[in-house]
Design a protein around this ligand. Structure first.
Ligand code: DX5
Ligand code: ZN
Length: 216
């Protein structure tokens, strides 16, 4: 079943609890943590995740676009996140980090920037609950979907099947009613959408619409 994860990067940061309520029925709330080093943008950190976890029943899917995730990721689990995604480009010891996230009780996920191939990481797949394929350069919402990522999505789905794993395959960046069917057809099953949800007049309706399109 397709999962839709609205990204609060496109929400009103002064009204996060209301913005979470506006997408009731979503599977997860996608929380983009940016440190101005790994990406050229700065968003939010542990205290905001703690408050948001208290303010909503929707589980938090934290996407860490930060340097040194080996040091910081476990603290996001303690802050209340149900899923933690670190970038392989930033992690010093991805296997150890994934195991630590799982041991602390959250789902462990690893992200690949558009220029990072999946093949070198095939052996890591059993350590993960989810793999995130970025379909834009991380850092900002509202960018255009990179169609050239579709073969990588397809290839990753093949590798997950080859190893007979239950790993979820998430896409993030430029996912909208115009692009979600291509992603689903290529094998993605978890869809992050920021501007396509919070830019809509009725965000909950946008989530329902995306879910239907992904299931086609
Ligand atoms: C971008 C973030 C995304 C962002 C997606 O670096 O990781 O989660 O919110 O926004 P849209 O859906 O507008 O491309
Ligand atoms: Zn994200």
């Amino acid at each position: 079943m397709a999962q839709i994860n609205p990204s609060i990067l496109s929400a009103d940061f002064a009204r996060l609890a209301d913005e979470a309520e506006a997408v009731r029925g979503s599977d997860w709330l996608h929380v983009d943590v940016m440190d101005n080093h790994f990406v050229p943008n700065l968003t939010l950190g542990i205290p905001v995740v703690e408050s948001l976890a208290r303010a909503t029943d929707i589980p938090l899917d934290c996407h860490l676009m930060i340097e040194d995730p080996d040091r910081w990721a476990p603290q996001y689990v303690e802050a209340g996140a149900g899923s933690i995604t670190f970038h392989v480009e930033a992690a010093a010891a991805p296997v150890r980090l994934a195991r630590e996230i799982r041991a602390k009780g959250a789902r462990a996920s690893m992200a690949l920037k558009p220029g990072t191939p999946i093949e070198p990481y095939e052996d890591l797949l059993p350590e993960l609950d989810m793999l995130l394929i970025m379909t834009v350069e991380p850092g900002f919402g509202g960018q255009a979907f990179l169609d050239i990522m579709l073969p990588k999505i397809r290839r990753t789905r093949e590798l997950i099947a080859k190893h007979d794993l239950e790993v979820w395959l998430q896409v993030d960046g430029g996912v909208s009613a115009a692009t979600i069917e291509r992603c689903a057809e290529a094998g993605a099953d978890v869809f992050v959408a920021g501007s396509a949800v919070y830019g809509a007049e009725d965000p909950a309706e946008a989530v329902r619409n995306l879910r239907e399109l992904a299931a086609k």
